[in-house]
Design a protein around this ligand. Sequence first.
Ligand code: 5HY
Length: 241
Amino acid sequence: MTRIHVINPNSTASMTAQIARAAEAIRAEGTEIDAVTATGTPASIEGYADEAMAVPGMLAAIRAAEARGATAHVIACFDDPGLAAAREVATGPVIGICQAAVQVAVTVASRFSVITTLPRSVPVIEDLIAGYGAGNRCRRVRAVDLPVLSLESDPHIARSRLLAEARLSIREDGVDAIVLGCAGMAEHCDWLSREAGVPVIDGVTAAVKLAEALTGGGFRTSKAGAYAFPRDKAGDLARSA
Ligand code: 5HY
């Protein structure tokens, strides 16, 4: 049985619904998608403080999903917030949509650029991509200069900006693929690929398919090292007394 927990770390349910639609559209026969909106987290994640404030609610959702039998987890936020912490509390594999999108991009293209929302997210994503070892394959991280939630409230503006930025990237960056740098862009993926004429990679799709593959291969997060479950500290002080 494959049951993929897709957690939206921000607290905007309508964004989770869009993410869930994208996951349901590409899931394999027999895969269950358990899409969840985090509670007590920012309405959208735009930078380091929002990320930090989203992690506790996200970890609680991961623990609850494990109790419901999740075989893998997808963190549906392109900042991959709390990815390592999530792996500590999970038994199934935990996949961030940025990491998954990057793995697909370096497999299907020689060079890619990312298009995200606000300029403040550009260095965050640049550092993520460098950490995933793909810095030499990513030409540039671009931004459409729109807040995350306006992708939903102003979809026509979002599409025109995405297409303009994608065309610039193909011309200026010399890329053969584009990565969408926000979970809230998922529903524009196929349209943008047709209009731009290059493969466009949505991290939700990439992560859900990777989660299916890892589940199918029986892979689980290793508890032999840094991703071991968090220690219980209750007895530590008593021992040192
Ligand atoms: C995301 N923020 O995918 C990120 C990406 C961004 O609330 N969901 C968010 O645009 O910063």
